[in-house]
Design a protein. Structure first.
Ligand SMILES: Cc1cc2nc3c(=O)[nH]c(=O)nc-3n(C[C@H](O)[C@H](O)[C@H](O)COP(=O)(O)OP(=O)(O)OC[C@H]3O[C@@H](n4cnc5c(N)ncnc54)[C@H](O)[C@@H]3O)c2cc1C
Length: 388
């Protein structure tokens, strides 16, 4: 749903200009320095980009899902690390509070996340809870007016710079799977919370990811999201069903940018006396990429509209994330091909960086295999329902 098309058009134009004028020139520096420049972060704060998905009542823009994915198509047409700097606040880092927080919890944290004063993150994954996300071993034991958290999270985006952690922990001793899990907000500075050194990664230099350790970490009971124990996994699924659409859009922007770069290169580069873009085998790579980008964009918009209508989008979100992330990988590969040797050499093009950066999309927020299983499971369920 688009509430005010003229206003959205202005925002999209602003994002497009910002990405082109402020982000494209610093992409290589971000990877080299392994950091998004503080001046760029300040600009993001001033522009209100950290608050896109946070309700207006709490200082954000309160974008609908369709508006959010439309903006994400634009924002992600640059180095992945740049959009990842705001991405946890406009997604997994704030959404548990938005979906299930009490009014008091929302008032306490969301306005400062919307302004970018606080950076959020979601700490779900653990060494033994990856694809099997419910196999959580971090515990939260009630002691008076607090919960004591013990355990370890791994692979947490923005953990090294986060101020606020949404943490999923087991509150019911001996429980298994998704029951007995609860969601908490833990603030940096809480004794017993420690983040590890940022990992060395294949790509996305400038987007810090690390472990998070809880060692006898006392968290006020008031930080239990929604004030209810045992519903943490339901909260996470609400977060992910929205975030998978958002992420699908964030996979589409890089594909658009890579194809743009490949267009420029193949039009400029001559072999056999003509631009290589004239060769029909190169044109097949262009056509397949353009078609797949259009398909991803269309399905994401359709699913976003369904979510805005209040429909259950679990199946659509899974299909969008699966298709868009795989599509982006295929486009990256074709674009390296279109650049020839220059596509492999970092000194000669940024396609090599994109190729590495976008590889993550097929792994996080559910690997492609987990989405295939989910899509099949939900399709079989629908089939069985229709047959009865
Ligand atoms: C850079 C980075 C950032 C991340 N950011 C976050 C974050 O902010 N917050 C967070 O909580 N997590 C985050 N993650 C974690 C991410 O979501 C997990 O890595 C992902 O869910 C996969 O889990 P795993 O790595 O344990 O792989 P595994 O579960 O060990 O999977 C290994 C392989 O087995 C396959 N596999 C597993 N189970 C099945 C099955 N049943 N059927 C078929 N195939 C299967 C998988 O598809 C994969 O190919 C991040 C990860 C990375 C690398």
């Amino acid at each position: 749903m688009i509430r005010d098309p003229a206003r959205l058009q202005l925002l999209v134009a602003d994002i497009r200009a910002f990405v082109r004028d402020r982000w494209h020139p610093v992409e290589d520096d971000v990877e080299r320095a392994d950091e998004v420049p503080p001046a760029v972060v300040d600009e993001l704060r001033r522009k209100g980009y950290f608050g896109w998905s946070i309700p207006e009542a709490y200082g954000g823009l309160g974008l609908t899902t369709e508006e959010l994915v439309t903006c994400a198509f634009e924002l992600s047409q640059a180095s992945v690390a740049l959009r990842a700097r705001v991405g946890t606040n406009t997604g997994i880092g704030s959404e548990a509070l938005v979906a299930d927080g009490t009014d008091e919890q929302k008032s306490r944290w969301l306005p400062r996340m919307a302004s970018g004063e606080l950076t959020g993150c979601l700490a779900l994954t653990e060494p033994n809870a990856g694809s099997e996300a419910t196999n959580i071993q971090t515990t939260a034991s009630r002691e008076g007016d607090a919960y004591v958290l013990d355990g370890k999270k791994c692979f947490i985006t923005n953990a090294p710079i986060a101020d606020v952690f949404t943490v999923i922990a087991r509150t019911e001793p001996g429980s298994k799977g998704s029951s007995g899990l609860s969601a908490f907000i833990v603030e940096r500075g809480t004794p017993g919370l420690r983040t590890g050194q940022p990992y060395r990664k294949m790509g996305q230099g400038g987007s810090p990811v690390s472990d998070v350790h809880f060692d006898n970490c006392r968290v006020p009971a008031a930080n239990l999201i929604g004030g209810r124990e045992g519903v943490g996994f339901q909260t996470v699924m609400k977060v992910l069903n929205k975030q998978r659409l958002h992420l699908a859009a964030l996979c589409t922007g890089p594909a658009i940018r890579m194809l743009d770069l490949a267009m420029a290169h193949t039009s400029r580069r001559t072999q056999f006396g003509q631009a290589v873009s004239n060769f029909q085998l190169v044109q097949a790579l262009i056509a397949d990429s353009r078609t797949e980008i259009f398909a991803a964009r269309s399905m994401i918009l359709e699913a976003a509209r369904a979510r805005d209508r209040g429909e259950d989008v679990a199946l659509m979100a899974s299909m969008c994330k699966y298709f868009a992330s795989e599509m982006c990988g295929r486009v990256a590969d074709r674009c390296v091909q279109m650049f020839g040797g220059c596509g492999y050499v970092a000194d000669f093009s940024s396609i090599e960086r994109y190729y590495r950066d976008v590889r993550l999309f097929r792994l996080y927020e559910g690997t492609s295999q987990i989405h295939q299983l989910n899509i099949a499971k939900l399709t079989l369920r629908d089939h069985a329902k229709a047959a009865t």
